[in-house]
Structures are given as structure tokens and as C-alpha cells.
Design a protein around this ligand. Structure first.
Ligand code: PA5
Length: 446
């Protein structure tokens, strides 16, 4: 962990004493997490246990669906999409478009959505509409379009077969629609927010359709939950990471870069970007004044972004902390052939493997950053598998919850996102949002 002054130099690191000084806050944060867990407010912490039975049903359903369908299309956005994307990137082939195929449509760019619908063999496609609130404009629009297409092309009686809904059991309108249509339904527990829902049917069902071992994902999360059960920040990776990130932010390093040196983890970085941003970017009250807090997460990919971003990380403002994600084993070894012995500038590469190259590049970047007093930390997985990725998800979720306590904000709401949603509803004429429409009309350029 190159965040300590002894590694990066006096000006820009922390000392163990800096952490000791926070002891009271850390203890308070720990107590708050324990209490909230006991009160049933931290649903994500219950998932390794509660989703075990759900996972069995998901596996059965996914196996049935795979017999009939080649394509599984997620219609969802934000927390209802990014987990499935991260899992697809981590565990399916990066280039071969083999069945079963998973598509995640998390935008409403008309050209893109049209291309997707045109590319699908509808007979062989099942759509999973995912929305906890059951009302998000993007997702529900996509659902209406896809449902209409299926009804027209295959017949209205086929809608139930070609759709699955993942939503809240007790609120929102998607559940009502699913029941009316006879669509198979999976539930998102009420106490689990969108961006914390990857280990519910939101992420598990699309993953199971692709043959990803969802029980191992849950087992990894459960294992990490045990590791993180201690209040000692030095022994609890989620707490320690949250504390260091918090200290860095307080010290002006308010940009948190997540930089995997593993292509398979690049969308875990994207998932994390949402988790960190939407959870911690908040307004809070300090002595009657509104204060705005929240580090800015950025994703990068090694080695690709060494040739794009790293110059800035190395020599730009001292406003960043970089988290590297690496693996001990890549799952493949690719040799670099020995050629051109007379051209030293190229021949030195021969005889090495790409694994040496990428790990050396990561170590070299880490060293160079540290030499330049740039805070960085490295998380190393033995390899990318369901167990380790389950651990990673859980650790980052707990890290976020703990950071929320340190910042003194509610990490589980998203009033900013809701405000944007409400304007959209109002402007497009949804009942109950007339005030938002009036506000918009008063402000809109004539
Ligand atoms: O984390 C969150 O709560 C959000 O990103 C939501 O997941 C996103 O806005 C989609 O919401 P919903 O699942 O209700 O359609």
C-alpha cells in the first residue's frame, strides 16, 4: 500500500499515526455499520446468506431458458445493468460471439437500440427487464418497445415466454405489469439499493444464463464478509481502504482512479465508479451550512492508459489516488518469440511472456508513481474467478458503506439521480410530476 509517508515521502503520504488519530471516528463508523446491519438496513450484507436459495431457483430458470434461447438481453440502467456488464466481461470470451450471448442495453440512444433489436433473432431471445423502482423512463421505454416488437413479430401470447422481470416485490409498477402479462419474476430485496444489487437476481440471473458460477460468487462474498467482520481497521481490508481513500480526499486527493491491469476486470472498475460516485457524492449539513462532499472516481486500464492517462497521474496535480487491480495468474501464458537477434531494441523482448510484460509494466508504473509521491495502492487477486470477484464486490460495497460513515452522509440514497428522473417524468407528462414540468417550462429557453 503506497499511501504511507514512509513509501511516498513526507509531503504526500500518511503515517500510521494519522490513522490512529481517527480512531474514534473509525470506531463510531464501525458501530454504525453493525447497528444498521442489525436493523436490517444494510441489505447487501445479508445477500451471501439470503440469496443462496434464490440462486438455486435462478440456476434452474437459467438452465431452462438456455434450452430455448441463445440471447439474453438485459434492459436496465445504472445499478440495474453495471453488475451484469462487469460479470460478462470477467467471465465470458472477449471476442467470440458464442451462445449463450448476453447483451446489456443500458442506454436509450435510438440508433444503438435499433441496431440491437435488428441484430437479434427474436425467436431465440429472452429479455430481462430490470428496474427496482419499476418506473425508470429509460428501462420502461425499452421494455415497451421490445414488448411491442415481440407481440407484433411473434404474437401477443409469446410475451410471457420472452420476458423476465426483476424488480421490487412490493412497490413500483413493473411487478403489476409482470403479473398482468404472466411474466416470470425475480425480486430485489427492499433493503438493497440498485448499485449494491449485483449479488441479487439483478446480476445473478444474467450471469447464470451465461454459465457463470453464481454460487461461487456468493461464496466469495460470504468469505469476505467473514474477513471484514473485525473492527480493527488494520485487519479489515474494506475499512482500511475506505480510511485511506478518505484521508486522501481530505488531503486534496479527491480523484480516485481504479486501474485494473486485467482486461477481465475493466468493467468491475466501471461498476465501482458508479458505486463510489453515487454513494458518496452528497450534500450534508455542517453547523447549519450545506457542504458538498464526495471523491470523483475515474476508471483506467493498464497498460492501455499508461499511454493516455499516466503522464497526468505522474506529473499533474497532486489530486489523485490510484488503485491498481492485478492478478497473480492471468489464466493464459503467451510467449514472445525470439527474433531479430541483431536488433537489440526489439530482440530483448524475445523469450519473455506477455505475463512478464504486463506485470512489469504495472510494477514499473507503481514504482514511478511512488517515486513521484503519488499515492497508490494495489489489490492483487490470485486469479479472476467467481470466488475472487465475489470477494471484490463485497469488499468494495462494505468499503463504500464505511466511507459513507466517515463522510457523515447517507451512502444509500441518490437524491441527485431522483431529481433528474423526476424532471424527465414531468417533462414527458407523467401524472404526479406536473410541478416539475412547470418548473422546466419556466426555465426552458424559448
Ligand atoms: O444505484 C441506484 O440506485 C441507481 O443507479 C439505479 O440502479 C438506477 O437509477 C436504475 O434504477 P431502477 O432499478 O429503479 O430502474
Amino acid at each position: 500500500n503506497n499511501m504511507f509517508a514512509s513509501q511516498v515521502g513526507e509531503e504526500h503520504g500518511f503515517t500510521p499515526e494519522d490513522i490512529e488519530e481517527l480512531e474514534e471516528e473509525l470506531q463510531t463508523a464501525h458501530e454504525a455499520i453493525r447497528e444498521a446491519k442489525e436493523e436490517g438496513e444494510l441489505g447487501f450484507m445479508e445477500l451471501p446468506e439470503t440469496q443462496k436459495d434464490v440462486a438455486r431457483r435462478i440456476k434452474e430458470s437459467a438452465a431452462e431458458k438456455r434450452k430455448e434461447f441463445d440471447n439474453f438481453v438485459v434492459l436496465g440502467i445504472g445499478g440495474s445493468a453495471l453488475g451484469a456488464k462487469a460479470l460478462r466481461t470477467a467471465f465470458t470470451h472477449s471476442y467470440k460471439q458464442e451462445v449463450p450471448r448476453l447483451f446489456v442495453s443500458d442506454n436509450v440512444d435510438p440508433a444503438n437500440f435499433k441496431e440491437l433489436l435488428e441484430a437479434l433473432d427474436l425467436e431465440k431471445t429472452v429479455f430481462n427487464v430490470i428496474s427496482k423502482s419499476g418506473g425508470t423512463a429509460e428501462t420502461m421505454s425499452q421494455f415497451l418497445i421490445a414488448r411491442d416488437l415481440v407481440a407484433k413479430e411473434l404474437g401477443i401470447d409469446k410475451v410471457a415466454e420472452h420476458f423476465i422481470a426483476t424488480t421490487s416485490k412490493d412497490s413500483g409498477k413493473l411487478i403489476e405489469i409482470a403479473q398482468r402479462e404472466g411474466i416470470e419474476t425475480f425480486y430485489i430485496p427492499e433493503n438493497v439499493g440498485g448499485r449494491f444489487s449485483v449479488l441479487t437476481p439483478v446480476g445473478l440471473l444474467p450471469a447464470a444464463f451465461c454459465g457463470i458460477d453464481i454460487e461461487e460468487l456468493l461464496a466469495g462474498a460470504e468469505y469476505m464478509d467473514r474477513i471484514c467482520a473485525v473492527d480493527d481497521v488494520w485487519k479489515n481490508p474494506a475499512y482500511l481502504n475506505a480510511t485511506l481513500q478518505y484521508l486522501a480526499d481530505q488531503d486534496g486527493k479527491n480523484i480516485s482512479v481504479m486501474m485494473p491491469y486485467v482486461d477481465k476486470l475493466k468493467d468491475v472498475a466501471d461498476w465501482y465508479r458508479q458505486l463510489w460516485a453515487e454513494s458518496l457524492g452528497k450534500e450534508k449539513d455542517r453547523d447549519g451550512k450545506v457542504v458538498n462532499v464526495g471523491p470523483t472516481p475515474v476508471k483506467a486500464l493498464g497498460t492501455t492508459d499508461q499511454h493516455s492517462q499516466v503522464q497526468l497521474y505522474m506529473a499533474g496535480p497532486y489530486d489523485k489516488v490510484i488503485t491498481f487491480l492485478t492478478v497473480d495468474a492471468y489464466g493464459a501464458e503467451v510467449e514472445i518469440p525470439q527474433e531479430y537477434s541483431d536488433i537489440e531494441e526489439v530482440s530483448y523482448l524475445g523469450g519473455h511472456i506477455l505475463n512478464d510484460l504486463i506485470t512489469t509494466e504495472q510494477t514499473a508504473t507503481e514504482l514511478a508513481l511512488t517515486k513521484n509521491q503519488r499515492l497508490n495502492t494495489t489489490i492483487t487477486l490470485p486469479e479472476v474467478n467467481e470466488f475472487t470477484v465475489g470477494q471484490l464486490f463485497y469488499m468494495f460495497e462494505l468499503q463504500t458503506a464505511f466511507a459513507g460513515e466517515l463522510y457523515g452522509i447517507n451512502a444509500f440514497n441518490q437524491p441527485g439521480v431522483e431529481l433528474g428522473k423526476n424532471y424527465t417524468y414531468g417533462i414527458l407528462g407523467r401524472q404526479g410530476y406536473e410541478e416539475r414540468k412547470e418548473e422546466y417550462e419556466a426555465k426552458a429557453p424559448k
